[in-house]
Write a protein that binds this ligand. Sequence first.
Ligand code: CA
Ligand code: CA
Length: 349
Amino acid sequence: MKPALLTVPLLALLALATAEPPNVAPAAPAASPEVGPGGAAGLGAGAPNGVGFAARKSGFALRIRQDVTPYSLFSLFALPGETVPLSLVLPGAGVKLDFEASAGALRAGGPTSWTWDAPGAPGLYRLRFVESATKREILLNAFVMHRVEPGAESVGGYLLGKYPQAPKAGGAGRMASAYQAPRGFVEVTADNRDVPVSPHFTLGQFVCKQGAGWPKFVALREPLLIKLEALLEAANQRGWKARTFHVMSGYRTPAYNRGLQNVGLSRHLYGDAADVFIDDDGDGAMDDLNRDGRVDRADAVALHDLFAEVEATASLAPYVGGLGIYPATAAHGPYVHVDARGSRARWGE
Ligand SMILES: [Ca+2]
Ligand SMILES: [Ca+2]
């Protein structure tokens, strides 16, 4: 039976998913290692000796609102009480999923569609979808955010500052809403900062550098995580060892961004941008990716060029965005900006 409803990007994504070895995480203990504090399993499961790289795809995929994730571990960000639509998009008919949620109401609308009514209380919840026959699963760490009203300049006592006026929307869909101030923020504490939001990234990697101590509040969007995972897999396929990207800057509050004298509409304000480099040797700076014995702009260019290649593939079509090359300065090493704004932008090339 042909999956007639699948779009080309989804088919490409299926191809990627099925090209993977079955992601049953043989080295992982049965008790879900992906959740909770100390989620180092999110970095290492499938590669227990630090050798090789496991993309950790489940063999099927879930659509969360409009975003599709094939990963066995992913996240969902919801407002209190929000009804979130979910559906099975791969591999199609004949697959039976068992499902459960730790809280809120997860209801089947049909054999391949569900809605989750998020609880009213902010916090971390879990949704689990398990393929009956194979026991392969997708676990969603579901973050119910703290809601803010339009124009709010703080959340939970944490300073945000003033969001810029959204430009007049010219188009429909994602682009039209991309510059609306976030309506919700995830509270990040010492207890949940290590919770994985995708196989190779944790919540704490994306918090703003503003202020000291906890809690902090972060805006984070699913498209960024889908994109970063795809780029990380490609980097490893290229032969660059990277268990994660070093996220030098993820979310930024408008107040913090203003301090950087940055452009008003930086994607960092909206939770779908990250400044990244590969630092698998852990010295705090970009690794020598092109193996010329130096760490400089050329390594950022190499990373950028790979990102540009990957972004051009069909499965990432919904997540095109900005790519910028930044050379080393006295304050930092070379890095690459990546975002998922929904339209192509390039700078620093
Ligand atoms: Ca390094
Ligand atoms: Ca180099």
